[in-house]
Write a protein that binds this ligand. Structure first.
Ligand SMILES: [Zn+2]
Length: 220
């Protein structure tokens, strides 16, 4: 499946750190916002341990806001949880339950914690994916969420053509300047993103692709 939704949707995209959404699914989110979907991005931690400096968390929040503007997010919500210490525990679960119930999205994007692309995936990513799924399960009769799109997945079944938005994806990723401040790093990051998104080129005929594992909740 390579098509996006036939009509605009209310979308909640949940990640662990500033830059996760842009890095993994920025091209898809740009396409969705361009076609009228409402995207509410949620970042569980401020990424305050992703470098040096006392106020890195605040800097990264501002970078995330800028990246969100580039890709057309309606808003960014910060759950202010500890960086490099996220756990799929009752605390994070409670925050996500409150968020998901309030937003009541039709579609949720988050990390694939069950079939993660890499065994070495960042533990914060696993935790956010797991806590999000658990929150949705517990809200089964209270929300109208129809689809889960899990990214960073080992077994994707949805391949989205981002050939027209890959430039925006890279621009949004580069807005996270605190993570890309070494000389030449932006060039290397851009090259790596292009390499990653070319992975499914032969399977799809699309130059640049982002991949997802979809879980259908319609028959809940
Ligand atoms: Zn991350």
């Amino acid at each position: 499946m390579t098509k996006l939704f036939s009509k605009p949707r209310k979308i909640l995209a949940i990640a662990a750190h500033p830059d996760d959404l842009e890095y993994y699914i920025g091209g898809t989110l740009a396409r969705l916002s361009q076609s009228g979907s409402e995207i509410i991005a949620t970042v569980c931690s401020n990424g305050e341990k992703g470098g040096a400096g006392n106020n890195l968390g605040e800097i990264r929040k501002r970078e995330q806001e800028l990246a969100g503007k580039i890709l057309g997010y309606k808003k960014v919500i910060f759950l202010e949880q500890p960086d490099q210490g996220l756990k799929a525990n009752i605390h994070l679960n409670k925050k996500l339950v409150q968020l998901i119930e309030k937003v009541n999205p039709e579609v949720v994007f988050t990390f694939d914690c069950e079939k993660s692309l890499s065994f070495w995936e960042h533990s914060d990513h696993w935790a956010v994916g797991e806590a999000t799924l658990e929150a949705i399960r517990s809200l089964r009769d209270k929300i109208s969420t129809k689809y889960l799109y899990l990214f960073c997945s080992r077994t994707p079944d949805v391949l989205i053509d981002i050939s027209k938005t890959v430039g925006l994806k890279i621009k949004a990723f580069c807005a996270h300047r605190s993570q890309n401040h070494f000389p030449g790093i932006l060039k290397i990051s851009s090259w790596y993103i292009l390499k990653m998104t070319k992975r499914y080129r032969l399977a799809t005929n699309y130059e640049f692709v982002e991949s997802f594992r979809r879980i259908d909740l319609i028959y809940k």
